[in-house]
Design a protein around this ligand. Structure first.
Ligand SMILES: CC(=O)SCCNC(=O)CCNC(=O)[C@H](O)C(C)(C)COP(=O)(O)OP(=O)(O)OC[C@H]1O[C@@H](n2cnc3c(N)ncnc32)[C@H](O)[C@@H]1OP(=O)(O)O
Ligand SMILES: O=CC(=O)O
Ligand SMILES: [Mg+2]
Length: 526
């Protein structure tokens, strides 16, 4: 660890430290940490307290104490010009090539992701900041093989997703305490790019992940206000789209928009973490067990209720409601499978556009044209904020809380084991988004897979098709069998299968449900 002279933040050496962790940036991070670090810990404690109440049988509901916020007429601040039309947003990790490809992809927006799609190694976090600084200044380029990557004249608008509140940045400490991953990613991007962005006539745009309450939104709003004041930015230069991706946040959408009303750029339906959150929050409940992951689609009543409520809530507040990510990606070398993948994405995007979403996410540049065609066809204006769609919708707590019916199959169990091991191994190796069986897998989808295994074993489920009991011991054996198979398939793969299997066994067999796989996983990351 190196002691810097101007601040009390210590950090692990890195070749890019001189540029990213400049004295001014460190001072800013220290201010963020001292002002907001303690409140972050209190919010995390509040999550634990809430979980204890849920474990004891409490069910979420719309909050009586904020009924006036829900009933009053108010709107978020008008959207800046470059956030009015967000019909297609590509997402991806902050890797240099991906950043260039995503900005060039033809999508309106690019969300550069330090969260679900990133493995937060020290190198990924610092190199990611360098890539974004270069992208903002349009100097980013890359030579790879015989190809040169550089930006097209017209590129997507950049949005940045910092890590969630639960994650720490252990490579940078203040008085021996790790900094918050959220503040680290947010603070560095804001500090280094604020002036450049305002000179360019645009703002600092963010996605905020995994919020569980409007109090957490208030924390972010205070972070934004402090940042604008400290960096000399006009109020509202910072805009954030909040992912509604926890079952608890679904009950506080109005309140979240209200807290952020001067900084809001709407809400997004983060479907994968939402499903994960449902399993996590109702871990003790035998009446909330989900079927195979593949059966919890956006077409189920529970997921329709959630996404339509997001649309209704946003539009009432004149904010955009962005759709989510279909995990299907183009399939190379199998035309029929490729056509099926495109058909799946088309159906998903058509459902979103018809329901009233103002834009959507795609995982791969190959899906940009398809999603654009769908939204061009079904969304004539720049957005659907004033379309009136879902205006008369009534969603009850029961609609949000009733799990879809379905089955737990042998295939479902095996797929969850396979995907969990492969994803965790990739993440431990520094890759946060990977194609597995022709699907995009990231931290959120992997969380579902491992959480389902825990849920099924701890609620003594049997597979519907073969009647096999799902037990911790059985899962442990299955994990070993999958590792053996994966090793046999690719004996020379330089990866982390053994560590991944150890971590997965711990996650699915221990009595306690682990809130995030990335927390114990982070111990292994450099
Ligand atoms: C639940 C959620 O939070 S969803 C949001 C978070 N998840 C994500 O953002 C995942 C984004 N997607 C990806 O990371 C990738 O598409 C993957 C990992 C799934 C597949 O990536 P690859 O295996 O590289 O795909 P593939 O080989 O088909 O890529 C072809 C080209 O497209 C590029 N590409 C693929 N996906 C992306 C992307 N999302 N952004 C930019 N470029 C991309 C590749 O870099 C490659 O470029 P090249 O031809 O210049 O070498
Ligand atoms: O972040 C998106 C999700 O689906 O999770
Ligand atoms: Mg997510």
């Amino acid at each position: 660890m190196t002691q810097t002279t101007l601040t009390r933040i210590q950090y692990q050496p890195h070749p890019e430290a001189g540029r990213v962790l400049s004295a001014g940036a460190l001072t800013f991070l220290e201010e963020l940490h001292t002002r907001f670090g303690g409140r972050r810990l209190a919010l995390l404690q509040a999550r634990q307290d809430r979980q204890r109440r849920l474990d004891a049988g409490e069910l979420p509901d719309f909050l009586p104490e904020t009924a006036d916020v829900r009933s009053a007429d108010w709107t978020v601040s008008p959207l800046p010009a470059d956030l009015q039309d967000r019909r297609v947003e590509i997402t991806g990790p902050v890797d240099r090539k991906m950043v260039i490809n995503a900005l060039n992809s033809g999508a309106r927006m690019f969300m550069a992701d330090f969260e679900d799609a990133s493995s937060p190694t020290w190198d990924n976090c610092l190199a990611g900041q360098v890539n974004l600084m270069d992208a903002v200044r349009r100097t980013i380029s890359l030579e790879q093989g015989d190809r040169t990557y550089r930006l097209n004249p017209t590129t997507a608008t950049l949005l940045v997703r910092p890590r969630g509140l639960h994650l720490e940045e252990k490579h940078a400490t203040f008085q021996d305490s790790p900094l918050s991953g959220s503040l680290f990613d947010f603070g560095l991007y804001a500090y280094h790019n604020a002036q450049e962005r305002t000179t360019q006539g645009t703002g600092l745009y963010f996605y905020i992940p995994k919020l569980e309450s409007h109090q957490e939104a208030r924390w972010w709003n205070d972070v934004f206000t402090f940042t604008e004041q400290t960096l000399g930015l006009k109020r509202g230069t910072i805009r954030a789209t909040v992912l509604i991706e926890t079952i608890l946040a679904a009950f506080e959408m109005d309140e979240i928009l209200y807290e952020l009303r001067d900084h809001s750029a709407g809400l997004n339906c983060g479907r994968w973490d939402y499903i994960f959150s449902f399993i996590k929050k109702f871990r003790t409940r035998h009446d909330r067990i989900l079927p195979d992951r593949a059966q919890v689609s956006m077409a189920t009543p529970m997921m329709q209720a959630y996404s339509k409520l997001a649309i209704q809530t946003c539009h009432r507040r004149r904010a955009p409601a962005i759709g989510g990510m279909s995990a299907f990606i183009p399939v190379k070398g199998d035309e029929a499978a490729n056509e099926r993948a495109f058909a799946q994405v088309r159906a998903d995007k058509e459902r979103e556009a018809l329901n009233g979403h103002d834009g959507t996410w795609v995982a791969h540049p190959g899906m940009v044209a398809l999603a654009t065609e769908v939204f061009d066809r079904l969304m004539p204006g720049p957005n659907q904020i004033t379309s009136g769609k879902q205006a008369d919708l009534v969603v009850t707590a029961a609609d949000l809380l009733t799990p879809p019916e379905g089955s737990i199959t042998e295939t479902g169990v095996n797929t969850n084991v396979d995907v969990s091991i492969q994803y965790i191994a990739a993440w431990l190796g520094g890759r946060g988004a990977v194609p597995i069986h022709n699907l995009m897998e990231d931290a959120a989808t992997a969380e579902i897979s491992r959480a389902q295994l825990w849920q099924w074993a701890h609620h003594e489920q049997r597979t519907t098709d073969h009647g096999t009991p799902i037990t911790p011991e059985g899962l442990s054996r299955l994990i070993d069998a999958h590792v053996q198979r994966l090793n046999a398939e690719q004996p020379d793969r330089p990866d982390h299968l053994t560590e991944a299997a150890r971590l997965l066994k711990q996650l699915v067999t221990q009595d306690q449900f682990e809130d995030f796989l990335t927390i114990p996983g982070y111990q292994y990351l450099r």
